[in-house]
Design a protein around this ligand. Structure first.
Ligand code: GDP
Length: 356
């Protein structure tokens, strides 16, 4: 499953945010066969198109695409040297598809800051330095192994060269995500700074309404994406029914909850998109990578759909809404039969034809 690891200094609000994520029990309700692990939180990707489809098809239920978050305990200065949770902790993030770094922006004098003062720029630097050091250690160990293997002609020298080039970038204090070299040959190392990053600023309600301040924080992390939320407010929102939650959000000047934003930004940072299926049983969003073909997309529903793929009948969401029904969309020539090479587009409403 796709996972986004949550990292950050102690006392920045990770647990508070994570509790909001896990109490958001959508997965338990909608996906009865999914295993729920205590350190995994799930948010539905908000998608109003599903409600529209559910109306057209009179669907019994709506199933949005889930985005999973894994909680990993706090990082401290020296983590790469084995202080605090050290290497075991770092090994856990290696498996994640992306990293969400929580940064404290709230002022509360009752909550101690590990470094004595709230300073987003310096917190980011502490974490990023630890991640860079951890990657350097990984590379050092790998290089020793690669050198032996290259000597023994068991490994292509380009792998060793890539490792050396990556180490040089890290040595200059830069994360690998800023590199222009192709890291594919050393992908197996799961280097942390090569992963896509999202920055989550945990701020006070007042800051959420202060655009100048938000712009300033966003500039700190650009071109990476920033999400702004108030973890305390999020944990309160999750306790309310949807209407009350919407009202409370509106009173803070926001249109969308922080968890919803996090799901959306996480999704796009991972290079994902959805396609839609609809019928009387359910209207559902399925997660695929951008650029996937129709058979690959079919494989997300069932591997047999991919193996036995014949063709896909596709109506784009807007055309379907215009037509009002599948029959009418067909009559208007808006239903397309697509073959094996078709590249899926966002908002495709699909019915697969396959051999069993
Ligand atoms: P963690 O160590 O990063 O997991 O941080 P916690 O989630 O345990 O939060 C540390 C303390 O900060 C707790 O007392 C939280 O109640 C408090 N806290 C977390 N988020 C916020 C916030 O957005 N605003 C304020 N004022 N306090 C917060």
């Amino acid at each position: 499953a796709l996972t986004i690891a949550i990292v950050g200094l102690p006392n920045v609000g990770k647990s508070t945010l994570f509790n909001a994520l896990t109490r958001n029990q959508v997965l338990a309700a909608n996906y009865p066969f999914a295993t729920i692990e205590p350190n995994v939180g799930v948010v539905n990707l908000p998608d109003s198109r599903l409600d529209t489809l559910a109306e057209i098809f009179a669907s019994e239920r709506v199933l949005p695409a889930p985005v999973s978050f894994v909680d990993i305990a706090g990082i401290v200065r020296g983590a790469s040297e084995g202080e605090g949770l050290g290497n075991k902790f770092l090994a856990n993030i290696r498996e994640a598809d992306a990293i969400a770094q929580v940064i404290r922006g709230f002022a509360d004098p009752d909550v101690v800051h590990v470094d004595g003062a709230v300073n987003p720029a310096s917190d980011m630097e502490t974490i990023n330095t630890e991640l860079i050091l951890a990657d350097l250690q990984t590379l050092e160990k790998a290089e020793a192994r690669y050198e032996k293997e290259v000597k023994g002609r068991k490994l292509d020298p380009s792998v060793l060269e890539t490792a050396k080039a990556a180490a040089a970038i890290l040595d200059s204090g830069r994360p690998l995500s800023s590199a222009t070299i192709d890291l594919e040959p050393i992908r197996e190392l799961g280097l942390l700074t090569a992963k896509p990053f999202i920055y989550v600023f945990n701020v006070d309600e007042a800051v959420l309404q202060d655009q100048a301040k938000l712009d300033q924080l966003a500039a700190l992390v650009a071109p990476a994406k920033a999400v702004f939320l108030d973890a305390k407010l999020e944990s309160e929102l999750i306790e309310l029914d949807p209407e009350d939650a919407a009202e409370m959000l509106a009173s803070t000047g926001q249109e969308e909850s922080g968890l919803d934003q996090l799901a959306r930004v996480g999704f796009s940072t991972l290079g994902l998109q959805t396609y839609l299926t609809a019928g009387p049983k359910e209207s559902r969003a399925w997660t695929i990578h951008q650029g996937w073909t129709a058979p690959q997309a079919a494989g997300v529903i069932h591997t047999d759909f991919q193996k036995g793929f014949i063709k896909a009948e596709i109506i784009s969401f807007d055309d379907l809404v215009d037509a009002g029904s599948v029959a009418e969309a067909r009559a208007k020539g808006k239903a397309r039969m697509e073959g094996k090479d078709y590249v899926m587009q966002d908002g495709d409403v699909v019915e697969f034809r396959f051999n069993v």
